[in-house]
Design a protein around this ligand. Structure first.
Ligand code: ADP
Ligand code: MG
Length: 255
């Protein structure tokens, strides 16, 4: 059963002279409850693929598809779908002059009309769900007062407040050191299990894919060149580009 299925996706970005076709005629199938990895080198179109799903492409872009379905229903517009996104650098998602709690309350009230007190309660619950220690304290902090890991947890909490069924994560651990990276990946896996969340995670790190993903799609120059269960793709890569990625990766024999 697919949560999200897109066929014939094409994305054109604005360029100095006309447009630049960054993704051409691609398909994506995200099974319910799966963690799907999208890997590929920098500039291969991973971020634009995620942004195309939620329609947050750069101004002047166009996105077309032949067919898209969410939860079995055809979709024309993704704006109202229960999809949330987290980014590599939470600092760009937070207003530095606003306390963490104020961000969360704003999202909570946008999601559901409620009193300020109720929105605060839901914000604290979301921080707790993202395993933020002492959520009441973090609620009152400014983004820059938090460690990178805590900031990422706060951003995940903000995403959870939107009550998503699909979470899109664009390099969510790239800016973090290895220990914190592992903690955030463990959190995402826990959330998937607890909330039956479906996750698409973009990364250039095959270690992330090995750690958390069920299936993987390998992107090169705006096209998915190989896809399948992680074990199969890692054990028997079919595409030369996948082979070169695996050959270049640090030793994964511990996995
Ligand atoms: N805002 C933008 N306007 C025009 N082109 C862009 C923009 N952002 C990225 N691109 C181009 O789109 C291509 C894919 O970028 P991106 O999806 O960000 O790659 P990745 O996330 O895989 O590193 C690159 O060639 C990049 O230069
Ligand atoms: Mg990117």
């Amino acid at each position: 059963m697919s949560l999200l299925r897109i066929d014939g996706l094409t994305v054109d970005l604005p360029a100095a002279h006309g447009t630049f076709r960054v993704i051409e005629d691609q398909s994506l199938d995200v099974p319910v409850g799966a963690v799907v990895g999208i890997v590929g080198e920098s500039g291969s179109g991973k971020s634009m693929l995620l942004r195309a799903i939620t329609d947050i492409l750069p101004d002047g872009s166009t996105r077309t598809w032949e067919r898209a379905e969410f939860d079995g229903q055809p979709v024309a517009d993704t704006a109202r779908l229960p999809i949330a996104m987290v980014f590599q650098d939470p600092m760009t998602s937070f207003n530095p002059l606003m306390r963490v709690g104020a961000h969360l309350v704003e999202v909570a009230r946008r999601q559901r009309r409620s009193s300020r007190a109720d929105a605060k309660k839901r914000a604290i619950e979301a921080l707790a769900a993202a395993r933020v220690p002492d959520p009441e304290r973090v609620f009152g902090r400014y983004p820059h007062e938090l460690s990178g890991g805590l900031r990422q947890r706060a951003m995940i909490a903000m995403a959870l407040l939107a009550e998503p069924r699909l979470l899109l994560a664009d390099e969510p651990t790239t800016a973090l050191d290895a220990t914190v990276q592992a903690e955030i990946l463990a959190l995402l896996a826990q959330l998937r299990d607890e909330r039956r969340l479906t996750i698409v995670i973009v990364t250039h790190d095959l270690g992330v894919v090995a750690a958390i993903c069920d299936t993987v799609a390998v992107m090169k120059d705006g096209a998915i060149v190989e896809r399948g269960p992680v074990d199969t793709v890692f054990a028997e890569p079919q595409h030369p580009y996948t082979r070169s990625l695996l050959a270049a990766a640090p030793d994964r024999s511990g996995q």
